[in-house]
Ligand binder design. Structure first.
Ligand code: NAP
Length: 281
């Protein structure tokens, strides 16, 4: 592909909401990289995903980010997978390497980096994870990487909380016990889709939470979810979903465009402006 622009992208279904093309385009402009990062809507089944990956590899894509519902498909498609992707059971990066497609998971490091920016990780001994979907797996692994020893998960569907607890050594509690469990946690993380534009807010009472607990929400649209608004009103330190999103994007940019990139205030400001534009006047 000498002399041709570098190609990468994000695959999902739907994919139009993704901020990843903007993040990579900003970094490519900053680094003077001749590259394009393209959103690709690929139908939800594995065969459609595998056919699309074969085609992208054949036309010279360097790699893709993978989002819902293809994160498990990416792991299945890969010839080789990183420890992080195997442990999470899902990949959000697929690199078309010489010896076959390589799956990795940068959601874990992305969430860990967002938390490190907000607090001293040594202060985090206990956590409450709300939700037990795909993202919760990455968050649980990140919290373990940060050294959090006591992890509790609450999920609407109790069996999924039990599965997550069994896989990663967490304690599962009923969804109805989420408020009363809050007091044990140095960090509380919303990994459900509640609070996202078009979804009901997360019903969570912060009054029982430790006053210094870090409140994290991985939902980034809207940026200020009802949970984060309530947390700020009570003077909790907070982490929003945009921090994780920016940090998880960096390994893909470095791998596929071969240049340095930085998560900083200017990038955040551009993304916040785009989110505002999308939410209308
Ligand atoms: P998922 O696998 O579909 O899981 C959704 C979770 O939300 C499940 O735990 C589900 O509980 C829970 N939930 C949905 N509706 C609920 C309701 N009405 N009441 C209680 N719980 C409810 O989705 P995911 O991939 O984990 O993603 C979750 C969120 O994280 C999305 O908003 C996504 O955009 C965001 N995310 C952000 C980043 C980032 O970089 N910031 C990265 C990944 C994901 P049940 O098991 O009971 O259905």
């Amino acid at each position: 592909m000498s002399g041709s622009p570098l190609l990468a992208g994000v695959v999902g279904w739907p994919v139009g909401h993704s901020l990843s093309p903007l993040i990579h385009t900003i970094w490519a402009d900053r680094a003077g990289v001749d590259g394009y990062y393209i959103p690709l809507a690929i139908e939800p089944d594995y065969d459609s995903f595998a056919r699309a990956m074969d085609a992208l590899d054949a036309v010279g894509f360097a790699g893709v980010n993978v989002t819902i519902p293809h994160k498990e498909h990416a792991l299945r498609y890969a010839a080789v997978a990183s420890d992080a992707a195997r442990k999470a059971g899902a990949a959000n990066m697929l690199t078309f390497a010489e010896d076959g497609p390589y799956a990795d998971n940068s959601d874990i490091a992305g969430f860990a980096a967002a938390v490190r920016e907000a607090c001293d990780e040594q202060s985090l001994k206990s956590a409450l994870i709300l939700g037990a979907g795909g993202a919760a797996r990455g968050v649980a692994l990140a919290l373990k990487e940060l050294g959090v020893a006591a992890l509790v998960v609450a999920n609407r569907t109790r069996s999924k909380a039990d599965d997550l607890a069994a896989a990663f050594g967490l304690t599962a509690v009923d969804w109805d016990d989420r408020d009363s469990t809050a007091g044990m946690a140095d960090i509380i993380v919303n990994t459900t889709s509640l609070g996202m534009t078009g979804q009901p807010p997360l019903d969570f009472d912060l009054s029982a939470a430790n006053k210094t607990a870090l409140i994290a929400d991985i939902v980034y649209s809207p940026l200020e979810t009802p949970l984060l608004i309530a947390a700020k009103a009570r003077d909790h330190p907070t982490v929003d979903g945009l921090s994780m999103l920016m940090h998880q994007a960096a390994p893909g940019f470095r791998a596929w465009f071969g240049a340095a990139c930085r998560v900083d205030g200017a990038l955040r400001a551009d993304l916040v402006a785009e989110l505002k534009r999308r939410s209308g006047p």
